[in-house]
Design a protein. Sequence first.
Length: 276
Amino acid sequence: MATKYSAPLMDAFPELRYEATAKRVRASRAGTPVVDTVAALLVWEPRRITPVFAVPEADLLVALALAPAAGGPAVPERSFAWGQHGSAGLDPRTGFRRHTTAGEEFDVLAGGGLPGAAFRPSDPDLAGYVLLDFAAFDWLEDDEGIVGHPRDPFHRVDIRAASRHITVALDGVLLADTVRPQLVYETMLPVRYYILPADVRLEHFEPSPHTTFCPYKGKASYWSFLGSDAGRNIAWMYDNRFPDSTQLHGLVAFFDEKLDVTVDGVPLERAATPWS
């Protein structure tokens, strides 16, 4: 019997997962080297959709100290229902210290001390490794800086020009209308529609101070729709730092999960994602 390829990936979602990477991985804090290794692993804790680096303890360039038993303030769990796949996961914005597998937490003795920035899982397959909080350090893969989180080797981002008719509206107000979008097909996510600013009614928006980082596309700046509380940070545009997403530079995308979108006249159902 044939198996849908995504099925075993989703079956493993509640489990602790890892994969080796051949890249040289380095991290620093305020100019202080923290690790330099060619033996890193990518690790997904149970219910996490994005990985962190696990590095051999022997390759650490700073000391660790066992974190106090109290463990500091509780890290809230930001969960979401992954409706497209029937699984419950942790929103990527859930902090590193919300661990979903057994292990010990450590402070990293660098840059004035970083409480809970390292975690040693109890799983024997990860013996000798510690997970590091991506957000606490500056990272290099080989000689290239990376942002957001490590890239997932099983995650693709394909960008295709299209001539489909796309409309975007909120509360009955038309926000965009185009027949020349760029379509982004990203693993496990709904299609995103990137639209030329000339086809967006920018008079309905104001710039937002909010920014995010995507390891595949770069830094995103946001706009809010003036006519609705639901329209806060509803649209974004990426900068031009990543050459592998040049087709998207200068284009506007929307959180379709919160909007009324039609494709060739057919209304889309609002998808369930971490950004719903």
